[in-house]
Design a protein around this ligand. Structure first.
Ligand SMILES: [Zn+2]
Length: 428
């Protein structure tokens, strides 16, 4: 057993959809890659009536092989446990059968294991998975970008676009970012080349298409390596919650973003920051419970300044267009820096298996955070009413008051139901 090849990822997705037709469906992504590959995602949900979705994406960067394997393993475990009415255990972290069933009953779990199959194929080919490794090929096994040659001018070293710098969030870094901290590159020979236009690449379009097509997706985690961090927005600058006008849409701050401890910081509402951080800490605590690994939680900017990332695009959409859903978005950097065997793009498979287990525990915990309150399931409120209410007054704006508010509303609803029942009896 080792890392999945591109075709094995696809056949795993197909096999899971066939094995669990009542629990999941296979979604073809709309934009074929440059090498004409059509990708597929899984949508895991028992009823397809959920008001909330969560999206996991893996292997956006070709050389980060484990992302796809994490996604496939997580989906397989979740589906098998739900189908057999079992719980799940990873080392010191367990999830009850009730927790597993509440995830598939109450949440739409979207899993898009391999966003960049062309880059993965190239990286695995160069790494000698199918033929002997040469030193020059070994260097190419850390291939990060896709394989689009449009900006290469025939030079093989200039092929490809970094998908995670191609999203429509401060994509035009030359205008938006400080020249000393651009967060991406306009040079096709660089590994963080941002492409010819925002969302120019089919891989980027596929992720954006999922967020557009399923507007109830409210949570998004993009799985990368290697560092050992759980990152939340923003990545372009430090966070601040005092001045809403100091934000990525305000041209007044152009060319001033990206440097620490200066006048510009990116606005995030304090309730969002509390919610984003609290959910990430739940992820991190579940991961730690498996075998003691600790992934710190922090804003992306603390890693390095970025522009055009999927995480910030996911969270930024509702600021640009208030009709769009607010999405709490994360970047996971699996693989602990302090463990040499993990501090590499392609850890040896037995090491990767341990990482897969602990990250899967974190993903399940994040699903439990994202899952709408089971109170609504039990009271059997009409689903359209819940949708309307969530649209008008989403939980996310409640911040830390969310749980007491849900409990209070549940109690009020139960009292109202009891009063109504007693009146009906008297009427008889
Ligand atoms: Zn990456």
């Amino acid at each position: 057993m080792s890392y999945l090849s591109v075709s094995e990822v696809e056949s795993a997705v197909e096999g899971l959809a066939k094995a669990h037709p009542g629990l999941c469906e296979r979604i073809p992504l709309q934009h074929p890659t440059f090498e004409r590959r059509t990708c597929h995602a899984l949508r895991i949900c028992r009823k397809s009536l959920s008001t909330t979705g969560i999206l996991f994406t893996g292997s956006v960067h070709g050389c980060e092989w484990g992302g796809a394997d994490i996604c496939v393993s997580f989906a397989a475990d979740l589906l098998e446990a739900a189908a057999t009415g079992a719980g799940l255990s990873y080392g010191g972290k367990s999830f009850s059968a009730w927790a597993v069933s509440s995830i598939v009953n109450g949440l739409d779990v979207f899993v898009f294991p391999c966003v960049n199959p062309d880059g993965r194929y190239y990286s695995q080919l160069q790494a000698g998975i199918w033929r002997p490794l040469t030193p020059s090929a070994a260097a190419q096994s850390v291939w990060r970008k896709n394989r689009n040659p449009v900006s290469s001018g025939g030079d093989a070293s200039r092929i490809g676009v970094d998908i995670n710098r191609n999203y429509d969030f401060l994509w035009d870094f030359a205008t938006a970012m400080d020249p000393a901290a651009p967060g991406a590159s306009a040079d096709p020979s660089k590994m963080d080349f941002h492409g010819v236009a925002a969302e120019s690449e089919p891989e980027t379009k596929n992720v954006a298409w999922l967020l557009e097509t399923y507007p109830h997706i409210r949570w998004f985690m993009d799985i990368h390596c290697h560092k050992g961090d759980v990152l939340y927005s923003w990545g372009d600058d430090q966070n601040q919650s005092a001045d809403p006008s100091m934000n990525f849409r305000n041209a007044r701050w152009n060319r001033k973003r990206g440097l620490p401890d200066d006048a510009y910081r990116e606005f995030i509402p304090s309730a969002d920051q509390v919610m984003a951080r609290a959910a990430a800490e739940r992820f991190s605590a579940a991961l730690t419970a498996v075998r003691g690994t600790v992934y710190p939680v922090k804003p992306s900017f603390e890693l390095y300044p970025t522009s055009g990332t999927g995480q910030d695009y996911g969270y930024a959409r509702h600021f640009v267009d208030p009709v769009k859903t607010k999405v709490f978005a994360y970047t996971l950097e699996y693989g602990l820096e302090s463990r040499p065997e993990e501090n590499t793009f392609q850890p040896k498979w037995p090491v990767m298996v341990e990482i897969i287990r602990e990250v899967s525990a974190g993903m399940l915990e994040l699903c439990l955070v994202a899952r709408p309150s089971p109170i609504f399931d039990r009271l059997r409120f009409p689903i359209p009413l819940i949708r309307l209410w969530r649209r008008l007054w989403p939980w996310e704006i409640w911040g830390p008051l969310r749980r007491p508010a849900v409990v209070s509303l549940g109690i009020v609803a139960l009292i109202l139901a009891a009063i109504t029942r007693r009146r009906r009896r008297r009427g008889c």
